[in-house]
Design a protein around this ligand. Sequence first.
Ligand SMILES: O=P(O)(O)OC[C@H]1O[C@H](OP(=O)(O)OP(=O)(O)O)[C@H](O)[C@@H]1O
Ligand code: HPA
Length: 178
Amino acid sequence: MADYDVKPLITADEIATKIDALAAEINESFKDTEKLIVVGLLRGSFVFIADLVRKLTVPVEVDFMVASSYGDSTESSRNVRIVKDLDGQIRGKDVVLVEDIIDTGYTLSEVVRLLKTRDPNRLEICTLLNKPSRREVEIPIDFCGFDIPDEFVVGYGIDYAQNNRNLPFIGTVHFHGE
Ligand SMILES: O=P(O)(O)OC[C@H]1O[C@H](OP(=O)(O)OP(=O)(O)O)[C@H](O)[C@@H]1O
Ligand code: HPA
Protein backbone atom coordinates (compact mmCIF):
# COMPACT_ATOMS: atom_id res chain seq x y z
CA MET A 1 0.00 0.00 0.00
CA ALA A 2 1.19 3.55 -0.75
CA ASP A 3 2.61 5.46 2.23
CA TYR A 4 0.90 8.64 1.10
CA ASP A 5 -2.55 10.08 0.34
CA VAL A 6 -3.56 12.21 -2.62
CA LYS A 7 -5.80 15.21 -1.89
CA PRO A 8 -7.67 16.83 -4.80
CA LEU A 9 -6.28 20.20 -5.95
CA ILE A 10 -7.67 20.75 -9.49
CA THR A 11 -10.75 18.88 -10.75
CA ALA A 12 -11.12 17.23 -14.16
CA ASP A 13 -13.75 19.86 -15.08
CA GLU A 14 -11.44 22.72 -14.13
CA ILE A 15 -8.68 21.19 -16.26
CA ALA A 16 -11.03 20.83 -19.26
CA THR A 17 -12.17 24.46 -18.99
CA LYS A 18 -8.56 25.65 -18.77
CA ILE A 19 -7.57 23.61 -21.82
CA ASP A 20 -10.31 25.29 -23.86
CA ALA A 21 -8.87 28.68 -22.86
CA LEU A 22 -5.25 27.67 -23.59
CA ALA A 23 -6.21 26.24 -26.99
CA ALA A 24 -8.07 29.47 -27.86
CA GLU A 25 -4.95 31.50 -27.00
CA ILE A 26 -2.72 29.22 -29.10
CA ASN A 27 -5.17 29.23 -32.05
CA GLU A 28 -5.21 33.03 -32.01
CA SER A 29 -1.45 33.41 -31.61
CA PHE A 30 -0.66 31.00 -34.46
CA LYS A 31 -3.60 31.81 -36.76
CA ASP A 32 -1.29 32.77 -39.66
CA THR A 33 0.99 29.75 -39.25
CA GLU A 34 1.18 27.27 -42.12
CA LYS A 35 1.80 24.42 -39.73
CA LEU A 36 2.37 24.35 -35.97
CA ILE A 37 4.74 21.73 -34.58
CA VAL A 38 3.46 20.66 -31.17
CA VAL A 39 6.33 19.11 -29.22
CA GLY A 40 5.20 17.06 -26.25
CA LEU A 41 7.69 16.55 -23.47
CA LEU A 42 7.10 13.03 -22.19
CA ARG A 43 6.27 11.29 -20.14
CA GLY A 44 4.32 13.67 -17.89
CA SER A 45 2.57 15.65 -20.62
CA PHE A 46 1.00 12.74 -22.53
CA VAL A 47 -2.55 13.29 -21.23
CA PHE A 48 -2.38 17.09 -21.54
CA ILE A 49 -1.09 16.96 -25.15
CA ALA A 50 -3.83 14.53 -26.17
CA ASP A 51 -6.54 16.85 -24.84
CA LEU A 52 -4.89 20.08 -26.01
CA VAL A 53 -4.24 19.11 -29.65
CA ARG A 54 -7.87 18.08 -30.10
CA LYS A 55 -8.85 21.69 -29.33
CA LEU A 56 -6.40 23.22 -31.81
CA THR A 57 -7.84 24.42 -35.11
CA VAL A 58 -4.56 25.48 -36.80
CA PRO A 59 -2.79 22.81 -38.90
CA VAL A 60 -0.72 20.74 -36.49
CA GLU A 61 2.09 18.20 -36.53
CA VAL A 62 2.92 16.36 -33.29
CA ASP A 63 6.38 15.23 -32.24
CA PHE A 64 7.75 14.04 -28.90
CA MET A 65 10.84 14.26 -26.74
CA VAL A 66 11.43 12.29 -23.57
CA ALA A 67 13.32 13.99 -20.73
CA SER A 68 13.81 12.81 -17.18
CA SER A 69 15.31 14.35 -14.05
CA TYR A 70 13.23 13.24 -11.04
CA GLY A 71 13.53 9.44 -11.12
CA ASP A 72 11.60 8.10 -8.10
CA SER A 73 12.18 11.22 -5.99
CA THR A 74 10.13 14.33 -5.19
CA GLU A 75 13.33 16.40 -5.67
CA SER A 76 14.92 17.22 -9.02
CA SER A 77 18.34 15.64 -9.63
CA ARG A 78 19.11 18.83 -11.61
CA ASN A 79 20.64 16.48 -14.15
CA VAL A 80 18.32 16.43 -17.16
CA ARG A 81 18.60 13.33 -19.34
CA ILE A 82 17.26 13.60 -22.89
CA VAL A 83 16.05 10.02 -23.29
CA LYS A 84 14.52 10.50 -26.75
CA ASP A 85 15.00 13.32 -29.23
CA LEU A 86 12.53 14.66 -31.81
CA ASP A 87 11.97 12.59 -34.94
CA GLY A 88 11.42 15.62 -37.20
CA GLN A 89 13.26 18.84 -38.11
CA ILE A 90 12.21 22.20 -36.62
CA ARG A 91 14.48 24.61 -38.56
CA GLY A 92 12.35 27.59 -39.69
CA LYS A 93 9.21 26.07 -38.14
CA ASP A 94 6.75 27.42 -35.56
CA VAL A 95 6.96 25.26 -32.46
CA VAL A 96 5.00 25.01 -29.21
CA LEU A 97 6.71 23.00 -26.51
CA VAL A 98 4.08 21.40 -24.25
CA GLU A 99 4.98 20.59 -20.65
CA ASP A 100 2.87 19.26 -17.79
CA ILE A 101 4.64 21.15 -15.00
CA ILE A 102 7.46 23.65 -14.57
CA ASP A 103 9.02 23.41 -11.11
CA THR A 104 12.74 24.27 -10.77
CA GLY A 105 12.86 25.01 -14.51
CA TYR A 106 15.89 22.75 -15.12
CA THR A 107 14.10 20.35 -17.50
CA LEU A 108 12.65 23.00 -19.74
CA SER A 109 15.74 25.21 -19.80
CA GLU A 110 17.82 22.27 -21.05
CA VAL A 111 15.23 21.32 -23.69
CA VAL A 112 14.82 24.94 -24.83
CA ARG A 113 18.61 25.37 -25.05
CA LEU A 114 18.81 22.29 -27.27
CA LEU A 115 15.88 23.21 -29.52
CA LYS A 116 17.09 26.81 -30.02
CA THR A 117 20.32 25.49 -31.56
CA ARG A 118 18.10 24.14 -34.38
CA ASP A 119 16.86 27.62 -35.39
CA PRO A 120 13.07 27.34 -35.23
CA ASN A 121 11.15 30.40 -36.50
CA ARG A 122 9.18 30.60 -33.22
CA LEU A 123 9.62 28.52 -30.08
CA GLU A 124 6.96 29.07 -27.43
CA ILE A 125 6.18 27.31 -24.19
CA CYS A 126 2.85 25.99 -22.95
CA THR A 127 2.57 24.46 -19.50
CA LEU A 128 -0.46 23.18 -17.66
CA LEU A 129 1.04 23.78 -14.20
CA ASN A 130 3.57 26.29 -12.93
CA LYS A 131 5.19 26.31 -9.47
CA PRO A 132 6.76 29.80 -9.45
CA SER A 133 7.93 29.62 -5.82
CA ARG A 134 10.31 26.74 -6.70
CA ARG A 135 11.98 28.29 -9.73
CA GLU A 136 15.80 28.05 -9.87
CA VAL A 137 16.21 28.70 -13.62
CA GLU A 138 14.13 31.43 -15.27
CA ILE A 139 11.86 30.28 -18.10
CA PRO A 140 9.57 32.58 -20.12
CA ILE A 141 6.11 30.96 -20.27
CA ASP A 142 3.86 31.92 -23.18
CA PHE A 143 0.75 29.87 -22.32
CA CYS A 144 0.19 28.92 -18.67
CA GLY A 145 -2.67 26.90 -17.17
CA PHE A 146 -2.49 27.13 -13.38
CA ASP A 147 -0.01 28.60 -10.90
CA ILE A 148 0.12 26.11 -8.03
CA PRO A 149 1.62 26.20 -4.50
CA ASP A 150 4.86 24.51 -3.47
CA GLU A 151 3.42 21.00 -3.11
CA PHE A 152 4.24 17.78 -4.94
CA VAL A 153 1.39 16.98 -7.33
CA VAL A 154 0.26 13.89 -9.24
CA GLY A 155 -2.46 12.93 -11.71
CA TYR A 156 -3.52 13.83 -15.25
CA GLY A 157 -0.25 12.31 -16.57
CA ILE A 158 1.97 13.46 -13.70
CA ASP A 159 3.61 10.82 -11.49
CA TYR A 160 5.21 10.11 -8.20
CA ALA A 161 7.71 7.26 -8.79
CA GLN A 162 5.75 6.31 -11.96
CA ASN A 163 2.44 5.99 -10.06
CA ASN A 164 -0.80 8.03 -10.25
CA ARG A 165 -0.43 9.18 -13.88
CA ASN A 166 -3.90 7.70 -14.52
CA LEU A 167 -5.81 9.95 -12.08
CA PRO A 168 -8.26 12.17 -14.04
CA PHE A 169 -7.68 15.10 -11.65
CA ILE A 170 -4.59 16.75 -10.12
CA GLY A 171 -3.93 16.17 -6.44
CA THR A 172 -1.26 16.90 -3.83
CA VAL A 173 0.82 14.14 -2.23
CA HIS A 174 0.76 13.87 1.59
CA PHE A 175 3.09 11.34 3.18
CA HIS A 176 1.77 9.55 6.27
CA GLY A 177 3.24 10.95 9.45
CA GLU A 178 4.14 14.34 7.95
O1 LIG B 1 11.03 22.12 -13.70
P1 LIG B 1 11.62 20.82 -13.22
O2 LIG B 1 12.02 20.87 -11.77
O3 LIG B 1 12.71 20.33 -14.10
O4 LIG B 1 10.44 19.73 -13.22
C1 LIG B 1 9.57 19.54 -14.30
C2 LIG B 1 9.74 18.19 -14.94
O5 LIG B 1 9.65 17.14 -13.98
C3 LIG B 1 8.79 16.13 -14.45
O6 LIG B 1 9.47 15.21 -15.27
P2 LIG B 1 10.20 13.89 -14.72
O7 LIG B 1 11.67 14.09 -14.69
O8 LIG B 1 9.54 13.47 -13.43
O9 LIG B 1 9.87 12.86 -15.86
P3 LIG B 1 8.42 12.40 -16.41
O10 LIG B 1 7.95 13.48 -17.36
O11 LIG B 1 8.70 11.11 -17.09
O12 LIG B 1 7.49 12.24 -15.23
C4 LIG B 1 7.78 16.89 -15.29
O13 LIG B 1 7.13 16.06 -16.22
C5 LIG B 1 8.62 17.96 -15.95
O14 LIG B 1 9.16 17.54 -17.17
O1 HPA C 1 5.07 18.34 -8.26
C1 HPA C 1 5.55 17.51 -9.06
N1 HPA C 1 4.98 16.27 -9.23
C2 HPA C 1 5.50 15.35 -10.09
N2 HPA C 1 6.55 15.55 -10.84
C3 HPA C 1 7.15 16.76 -10.73
N3 HPA C 1 8.24 17.23 -11.38
C4 HPA C 1 8.44 18.46 -10.94
N4 HPA C 1 7.51 18.80 -10.01
C5 HPA C 1 6.69 17.75 -9.87
